[in-house]
Write a protein that binds this ligand. Sequence first.
Ligand code: HEM
Length: 473
Amino acid sequence: MEMVDSLPLLAVVVAAFLATLLRRRRLWGPPLPPGSLGMPLVGETLQLVSAYRTENPEPFIDGRVRRYGGLFKTHVFGERTVFSTEPETNRMVLQNEGRLFECSYPGSISNLLGRHSLLLMKGGLHKRMHSLTMSFANPSIIRDHLLVDIDRLVRFNMAGWKDRVLLMEETKKITFDLTVKQLMSFEPGEWTEGVRKEYVLVIEGFFSVPFPLFSSTYRRAIRARAKVAEALSLVVRRRRAENRSGTNKKKDVLGALLDAEGGLSDEQIVDFLVALLVAGYETTSTIMTLAVKYLTETPQALSQLKEEHDRIRARKSPSYDLIWDDYKSMFFTQCVVNETLRFANIISGVFRRATTDVDVNGYRIPKGWRVFASFRAVHLNPEYFKDARSFNPWRWQSNSETPMPGQQVFTPFGGGMRLCPGYELARVEISVFLHRLLTTFSWVPAEDDKLVFFPTTRTQKRYPIHLCRHDPV
Ligand code: HEM
C-alpha cells in the first residue's frame, strides 16, 4: 500500500530527472558545439592567456579548430564561451546585435568605462549616440576640419623627438592629443598629459580581476578613473556655463553632447567621453607603432612607401600642410595600413552574449552563453588570405578595382550596429603619421623587442628606436 502511495512522487522525481538530463544533453535540439570546458572554474583561461602572452598565440585556436572545427566551445574568463572562427558566423553575430546577441565586456572593463559609455549602451539610445559619434568622424568632417589638426599635432609632437624614442609612447601622446582636440578642442599641454597619465592606469585595469580587495592594479585603475572623471566633469561644467552665456560656442563632440536632444547629465557626458578616449587612443597608436615595426622588418615595403611619400612632398611647397587630395593619393599607404590591421589584429575579436538560444551550422549556442567572434582567426586563415601568416602589403594591390578587397572576410573595425565609428579617422591619422615620419626621419630599432597579445597587443619594450632627422618637421 505504502509503495502505491509513493508512486506519483516517484514519477515526478523521474520526470524531473529526465527533463534535466534532456536539457543537459540537449536531446531535443541541435547539440552544443564540440570542445572542452577545461578545469572547473578557470576553464581554459590559463591556456589562452599563456598563448597570447607569446609572439605566436595561434596554437590556441589552431589546435582547437583542427580537433573540433570552426565553431567550438570553451570556458574562458569565468564564462562558457563559443569561439567562432568562421566569417559567416562572425557576420551573423555582428548583424544580429540587439536581436540574438548583445555586447558583453568583462566586468573590469564595464566598471571602468562607466555605464553610459557608447560601448555599453543598448537599443535606441545606442543607435542615436553611435550616429552622433559617426557624424564627428565622417570623411567630410575629416577633410574640412580634422585633417589640418591631425597634420599639425603630428608635426608638433615629432618636433620634440630626440635621437632615441620609445615609439609606442610617442604615438600614444599623438593619438591622445588628437582625440582630446577632437572631443573638446583642447590644445596639448599640462592638462592633457596629466589626464593621459591617469588613462594609462585605467587601461591597465581593464584586464585585472574586478575586485579591489584582490587586485592592486584594479584599485589603482579605479582611483585613476575617478581622477579622469573629476577633470572631465570640470570641463563639462565650464562648457555648460559658457554655452549659457552664449560665449564662444564650440563645434566639437562635447558641444554636440551638451546640445543633444533630451539633454544628457554631466555623468552621462563624462562616461561617453571616457570611452571615446579609450577607443581611439590605444588602438590607433598601436597600429602606428606596428606599421613601423613591420615596415622596418620588410625593407622593400619601406622603400616603396617612402617613394610614395617623397613624391607627395616633391609637389608641395617647402613648408606645407597635407590636404585631402594628398591623403587620397596615398595608395600604397592604404595597403600598408590594411596589412598591419590584418596581421596585427589589435582587436582580435569581439565578445557578445546570446540573448536567446541560437542555432548555427547544426549547433546550438544556448541563451546566456558568451560568443567570441574571432577576427584574428579569419584574418590569419590561409583559406581567405594567401600566405596569411606573413606581412605582405602588396596583397591589397592585386584587386585594384575593389576599394577594399577581401571586405567580406576583413573586419578589423567590426561590423553591424557597432561598426567602429572611428574607422576612417584612424586611417587618416595613421597615414598622416607615416607621411611625416618617412619624410622627416630614418630610423633603426634600438633594441630587440617582442610583440605580445595579452592583456593588449603591445611590444614589451615599447619599441625603442634610434632616429636620424633629415628635415625639420
Ligand atoms: C586602428 C584603430 C581602430 C581599430 C582597429 C578599432 C576597432 C574597433 C572595433 C573592432 C570595434 C567594434 C567593437 C564591437 O563590435 O564590440 C570598435 C568600436 C568602437 N570604436 Fe574603434 N577602432 C579604432 C579606432 C577608433 C577611433 C580613432 C575611434 C574614435 C572615434 C574609435 C571609436 C570607437 C567606438 C566609440 C566604438 C564603440 C562603437 C559601439 O559600441 O557602438 N575607434 N572599434
